[in-house]
Structures are given as C-alpha cells and as structure tokens.
Design a protein around this ligand. Structure first.
Ligand code: NAD
Length: 295
C-alpha cells in the first residue's frame, strides 16, 4: 500500500485515482472543481481541501491537469510541502519544455520524477488499460512502475526527462495525419462511386491499413464501435487532437524538425474547431472535408 496524492480528478484523473484505490492504495485527492471532488469521493478517494493538505505525508504525488502552465503552477506549489524523496509523476499531456522544467523543479527539491502521459482515453482510464509513455531516470521508473500498472496495461520507459511527452506527441501527430488521410480517402471514394465497405475491405488488408481506418473508421458501418456510428460523439474530442497537434508543431519548431504533414493536420483541426466542432469526435473531420458538417 502506497500513500498517494492525486491532483486533477477530471475526466481522466478521476477514474485513474479510482483504480489506484481499487488496487489497495491510500489515495488523497484534490481538484479545483467541486463536481470532480464529489465524484472522486464516491470512488473511495479521500478528498483534501487544498494541494498542501493532499500532498502532506504522501510517498507519491500524481498530477493529471489540462496543460503545461497548470502543471508548472501545481508542481511549484506542491514541492514546497512534500518530503525530499517523494516520487512526483505527471500524466497530463504537455509540451516537452514544460515537462523538463518541472523535472528540474523536482530535482532541486530532492524528489525523483517522471513524465508519464497516457493513451487510451477516458474508456482506458476507467478500465485501467491505459498505455503509459514514461520519461525519467531508471530509479524513478522502477519506483513508479507498479503504481502505473494499477492504472494501465502497457508501461513503456521511453528515456530520460521529457521522453514520455516526446513519444506522446509524435504518436498523436501520426494519429492526426492518418485520420485526415483516411477521411480524405473516403470522401474521394464517395465521389468515385466506391462504397465505404469496398474501400474498407481493400484498404484494411492492403498498404493503406492503419489504426484510424481499422479501429476508428470515420464512416459508419465497417467498424461498429467507432464514433462515426454514434453521430461522432467523442471518443477523442477534436479540440484535444488539435491541442496535441499544436504541441507537436511547437516541438518541431523548437527542435528544427520538418513536419509539413503535421502542420497541415493542425490547420485542418484548427479550422474544424473554429467552425464549432471542437467538442465532437476528431473523426468528424470527414464531414468538414465532405462539406456536410453538422450545424
Ligand atoms: P479535465 O479537464 O477533465 O480534467 C483536468 C482537471 O484538472 C479538472 O478537473 C480541473 O478542475 C483540474 N485542475 C486544473 N487546475 C487545477 C489546479 N490548480 N489544482 C487542482 N486541480 C486543477 O481533463 P482530462 O480529460 O482529464 O485531461 C487531463 C489531461 O490528460 C490533459 O492533459 C489531456 O490532454 C490528457 N489526456 C486526455 C485524454 C482524454 O481522452 N480526455 C486522453 C489522453 C490524455
């Protein structure tokens, strides 16, 4: 049993904290939102009134927050209240630069730390089947691995500080680009009089095969569980796809990498969001490309 403080009990953090409780850990949580605090309390998380209260005497602190600025703010505060040696893990999706910055904060306070963003969405968070991409020292990783295993089924140590975030944004850049390509192919097939099922049957067993096609097909029919069959309810919101694509472009500019396809996908998702579709599933992009997006 480990004493864990969990900061950020939203759509992802709430179910992740609940899985730590189920695994037998003592979890104290804090969130600015009352609704999130109440939901966490129902799943056995002991709710604190502040960050300082939540992290006191904890052996590990986990944060699951919207963006880099929130993580910097929260780590700066919590590191003033934890004992040296406390393991600090951030599972939010944030920019590599902010991730490295908070690792440096933790180092200065004598605390080992990990960046451990996730893939798998809210369903994976609830089922405890997330994939964790982890950056940090070998020592920090071996201390944190069993805790991540209570929330996920695949834990990959990607390298030193920031490597988890780097893996996450590279993966999601592939996802954004591949979804746009699959959507375009279906729109072209429609114009050419080719049925959705025929394109799916060919491309899913040919060189066009990819996750966006075979697990998350953007047209209803071929993959019954995909959001296209549920009027593009998320799933994975287009605004989060855009956030991750923007992080990839920020990292590309900072590192001098050339990513024209990632840039194009970011522009497409930015337009989709501006048209009011940020809260829809990201595969709904096909309706914009077709010119039939829902009002
Ligand atoms: P969310 O908005 O539901 O949850 C974030 C929570 O952080 C909110 O409840 C908010 O009140 C809380 N918060 C913000 N500032 C705080 C502070 N100073 N102190 C305490 N609490 C604070 O977001 P989410 O969907 O849970 O996503 C969290 C992170 O996970 C994001 O970085 C997101 O990109 C990433 N992510 C999300 C998904 C997904 O499908 N939702 C999938 C993979 C990764």
């Amino acid at each position: 049993m480990t004493k864990i403080a969990f900061i950020g009990l939203g759509n992802m953090g709430g179910p992740m904290a609940a899985n730590l409780v189920k695994a037998g850990h003592a979890v104290t949580g804090f969130d600015l939102s009352e609704a999130s605090r109440n939901a966490a309390a129902k799943s056995g998380v002991s709710v604190a009134g502040s960050i300082s209260q939540a992290v006191r005497e904890s052996e590990c602190v986990i944060t699951m927050l919207p963006a880099g600025s929130h993580v910097i703010y929260v780590w700066d505060e919590l590191l003033g209240f934890v004992d040296p040696g406390t393991l600090i893990i951030d599972s939010s999706t944030i920019d590599v630069e902010s991730a490295r910055k908070v690792h440096a904060f933790a180092d200065k306070a004598g605390c080992p730390s990990l960046d451990a963003p996730v893939s798998g969405g809210t369903a994976g968070a609830a089922a405890g089947t997330l994939t964790f991409m982890v950056g940090g020292s070998d020592g920090a990783f071996s201390r944190g691995k069993h805790l991540l295993e209570a929330m996920g089924k695949k834990i990959v140590h990607c390298g030193d500080a920031g490597a988890g975030q780097a893996a996450k944004i590279c993966n999601n850049m592939i996802l954004g680009v591949s979804m746009a390509a699959v959507c375009e192919a279906f729109v072209l097939a429609e114009r050419l009089g080719l049925s959705h099922q025929a394109l799916f049957d060919v491309a899913s067993t040919s060189s066009g095969q990819c996750w966006s096609l075979t697990s998350y097909c953007p047209v209803p029919g071929p993959v019954p569980a995909s959001p296209a069959n549920n009027d593009y309810k998320p799933g994975f919101m287009a605004s989060l796809m855009l956030k991750d694509l923007m992080l990839s472009q920020q990292a590309a500019a900072a590192s001098g990498a050339t990513t024209p396809m990632g840039a194009q996908a970011a522009q497409l998702y930015s337009l989709f969001e501006k048209l009011g579709h940020g809260a829809e599933d990201f595969s709904g992009l096909i309706r914009m490309l077709r010119g039939t997006e829902a009002a």
